[in-house]
Design a protein around this ligand. Structure first.
Ligand code: F0G
Length: 460
């Protein structure tokens, strides 16, 4: 147990192998940005100094995870690596069926291919982009029902990721027959990385029970969510994180999961559920698109890395450091006067680009403009989570997203405090001239998930 009398919360690991970073000049970065059509997904990773595009699959694995990679058994069927994976998953999430997938969106694709379709509605606190896209791809409608507090970046509330339970009740009262399941994303990534309380999960469960609807968790960041419950929800301070996770899981009927987030793996995911008949349908689809259900699009070595990662990500000294490092970044930006979503979430600091670039209309993409400026200034790659990501409607029209945020997602166990100090310097410098940053226009875009491939140009 850590001695909590020390003020400095250290990284609870030492560095075991290193990956050099390449420093670039301002001129090189300007050229790279132009070649990428001002889309940061199009940059070469070697041209990025500090990569905060995502916390997904970008973390550092531990010595034990690498040892697991060596132990991986690559049998097509019945691999012991699958058994270790399943035991690790069900130890935290005691669902009857566990279907490994190559990543989270594959689990979503399988689940919504079976349960979605035209006329269907799937509510969530806030759908992540791939979840929304997988639902809409089937012809179903994805509805976000965050609590009103969740849409106010500057408002402090310990569980801004909560679902608006009354709104869920109203939706089900009107359209219960069209709703195959209810989802809850923990933590609420698109809503600012904000946690969901156990009280809220329980209240959502109660509404689901009244209408006979299954509840699924999108549990990518379950450990960070559980840490916020432990430290912020009355009554849980003395409950071990694993116990909190199991309470979250037992309130649900299933989950979709990306192992690239809290489970500390570079690839992987799963779909887990209790319903035998739904599981059977999902398994058939899994065989068609992912692979045999004991490997599901992964190698045995990946299953081992996930199994080991699941035991490491619930370690309390790790979670204390993890959440503290995000708050360290957030507090420094906040005290420098940068508008940020508060309180700070578990995996990222979100800058309120609509507030910082208040001279721009949301359809001039303030988040994209800010993200490009951060790269040009210091080689820091962040991600727009706003009108570029969510503004394009299935009918081809465009509306402002609820918020225009820029996410600084911190990969797990990868960057040190001095890396974050550098990021603070870059953001602060850009923020000081934010009022002069030009907006963006879209030069070309696809019809779905446009943020990955659209090309932009500055509005000079
Ligand atoms: N659900 C949430 C809440 C996510 O954040 C993500 C991915 C997914 C599902 C899909 O998982 O990538 O394994 O297919 N989020 C990443 C991000 C990409 O950057 O936030 P995946």
């Amino acid at each position: 147990m850590a001695d909590e009398s020390f003020r400095t919360i250290i990284e609870p690991f030492r560095i075991h192998s290193v990956e050099p970073m390449r420093l670039t000049t301002r001129g090189e970065r300007a050229a790279a940005l132009a070649a990428a059509g001002c889309n940061l997904f199009e940059l070469r990773a070697e041209d990025v100094l500090i990569d905060l595009l995502t916390d997904s699959g970008t973390g550092a694995m531990s010595a034990e995870q690498w040892a697991g990679v060596q132990r991986g058994n690559e049998a097509y069927a019945g691999s012991p690596s699958f058994e270790r994976f399943r035991a690790a998953v069900t130890g935290l999430f005691p669902f009857r069926h566990v279907l490994p997938t190559h990543q989270g969106r594959a689990a979503e694709k399988i689940l919504f291919t079976v349960t979605g379709g035209p006329g269907r509605v799937i509510p969530n606190n806030t759908h992540f982009d791939t979840t929304r896209a997988n639902i809409e791809f089937t012809g179903a409608q994805a509805v976000d029902l965050p609590v009103p507090e969740g849409l106010q970046p500057a408002l402090r509330h310990p569980f801004k990721g909560n679902m608006d339970v009354a709104a869920l009740d109203r939706l089900l009262a009107e359209r219960a027959a069209d709703v195959p399941l209810v989802m809850l994303t923990v933590t609420n990534n698109s809503g600012g990385g904000q946690p969901v309380s156990l009280a809220n999960i329980r209240a959502v469960r109660e509404v689901c029970d009244r209408y006979g609807k299954p509840l699924f968790l999108d549990a990518c960041r379950f450990a960070e969510n559980a840490w916020f419950i432990k430290t912020g929800e009355p009554g849980y301070a003395d409950v071990p994180v694993a116990g909190i996770v199991r309470q979250m899981a037992t309130l649900a009927d299933g989950m979709t999961m990306s192992a690239k987030k809290d489970p500390l793996a570079n690839i992987g995911g799963w779909l887990a559920l209790n319903d035998d008949s739904l599981a059977g349908q999902c398994r058939n689809l899994e065989i068609l698109t992912e692979g045999f259900p004991t490997y599901g699009g992964l190698a045995g070595r990946d299953l081992e890395a996930i199994a080991q990662g699941l035991s490491e990500c619930i370690d309390e000294s790790y979670l204390r450091y993890r959440v503290r490092s995000i708050a360290y970044l957030g507090e420094a930006l906040e005290s420098a006067g940068v508008p940020v979503v508060v309180p700070f979430g578990g995996h990222a600091v979100f800058i309120d680009a609509r507030a910082l670039l208040a001279h721009l209309d949301p359809l001039q993409y303030p988040g994209q403009a800010l993200a490009c400026a951060l790269y040009a200034e210091g080689g820091v790659r962040a991600c727009e989570i706003g009108t570029v990501m969510f503004g394009l409607q299935p009918d081809g029209t465009e509306v402002p997203a609820a918020m225009d945020l820029v996410r600084l997602a911190v990969p797990r166990r990868t960057y040190t405090q001095s890396h974050l100090d550098y990021v603070i310097e870059v953001v602060t410098r850009v923020a000081s001239r934010a009022a002069r940053l030009p907006g963006m226009r879209i030069v070309s875009q696809p019809r779905q998930l446009r943020h990955f491939t659209a090309r932009f140009a500055p509005l000079h």
